[in-house]
Design a protein around this ligand. Structure first.
Ligand SMILES: NC(=O)c1ccc[n+]([C@@H]2O[C@H](COP(=O)([O-])OP(=O)(O)OC[C@H]3O[C@@H](n4cnc5c(N)ncnc54)[C@H](OP(=O)(O)O)[C@@H]3O)[C@@H](O)[C@H]2O)c1
Length: 262
């Protein structure tokens, strides 16, 4: 039987305290991986550790870190990786504040660059030697469909996703000879707190009701519904598995058909 099997694999899942990251932690644990959950909210992470599926071969733990502080993250991951080799890295964190690009100031761009690109790079660079030694490596980045089609009122996010996508593509070429894959998942509108924040912002900008904004968004999605976080997580689990051994350097939209280009 063809099965996503991650037994004896270890995963570091960032942004794991809620939303898409949390769903990915569950999917990877369900497939047999030992999962390290990274986010700022230590209490939420501890609760999730106790809820994750677990067999005799699995051990789940937390790494509390702030991805808006690359120096702190660097110190923590350097220490962590000495005793915890990781096969699967899921780069994921909170999205930049929504809003038109003309209202974004320099700090918004610099913070987003640090939190998304620099932190992804710090994590990857620290984990790659262990992946090479283990002869197994998967780097998966949660970005956005805005890589293919910029989204209205997500100015800073549109900008930073393109940078992460090109960073990942470059990395995928350099790591391919080691059979380490690097891929991007591009979620469409997914039912999480982030989506609620985007809808709230649209309500303010367009002076519409919550229901009107929701209807407007759903009208752009051929499947006429938002994604559930678990639907993004299933794609992550597949790319993390040995089944996806020859897939690298791709952008995979999981968006109910919303993106208008291939
Ligand atoms: N939901 C969507 O419709 C959608 C669509 C396309 C792309 N995306 C992108 O996918 C990613 C995840 O989205 P989501 O909807 O799951 O968001 P979410 O529900 O807001 O969850 C964000 C996660 O990131 C963590 N996080 C935020 N800031 C952090 C920091 N400074 N350091 C460490 N961890 C931090 C949060 O944990 P703590 O607060 O505990 O740190 C949380 O676990 C975001 O980049 C988002 O923009 C989302």
């Amino acid at each position: 039987m063809l099965k996503i099997d991650l037994e004896h694999k270890t995963a570091l899942v960032c942004g794991a305290s809620k939303g898409i990251g949390k769903a990915c932690a569950f999917a990877l644990a369900q497939a047999g991986a030992s999962v390290t959950l990274l986010a700022r909210n230590a209490i939420a992470l501890e609760e999730i550790i106790h809820q994750l599926p677990k067999s005799k071969t699995q051990h789940h733990q937390a790494l509390v870190a702030d991805m808006s502080d690359p120096d702190d993250l660097h110190r923590k991951i350097e220490v962590f990786v000495k005793n915890h080799p990781i096969h699967i890295l899921l780069n994921n964190t909170g999205g930049p504040s929504p809003g038109p690009i003309v209202t974004a100031d320099r700090n918004h761009f610099e913070n987003a660059f640090r939190q998304h690109l620099i932190c992804n790079h710090i994590l990857a660079i620290n984990l790659i030697p262990g992946m090479k030694e283990a002869e197994y490596g998967r780097i998966i980045n949660i970005i956005s469909t805005s890589v293919k089609q910029p989204i209205e009122n997500l100015g800073v996010s549109n900008t930073i996703r393109a940078a992460v996508a090109n960073w990942a593509k470059t990395l995928s070429t350099e790591l391919a000879p080691f059979q380490i894959t690097v891929n991007n998942i591009l979620p469409g509108a997914t039912q999480t707190e982030r989506l609620d924040a985007i809808i709230d912002k649209e309500v303010l900008i367009h002076q519409l009701s919550h229901e009107e904004v929701t209807e407007k968004m759903l009208a752009t999605i051929p499947m006429k519904r938002f994604a559930q976080p678990g639907e993004i997580a299933t794609a992550v689990a597949f790319l993390a598995s040995p089944l996806a051994s020859y897939i690298t350097g791709i952008n995979l939209p999981v968006d109910g058909g919303r993106t208008k280009s291939l």
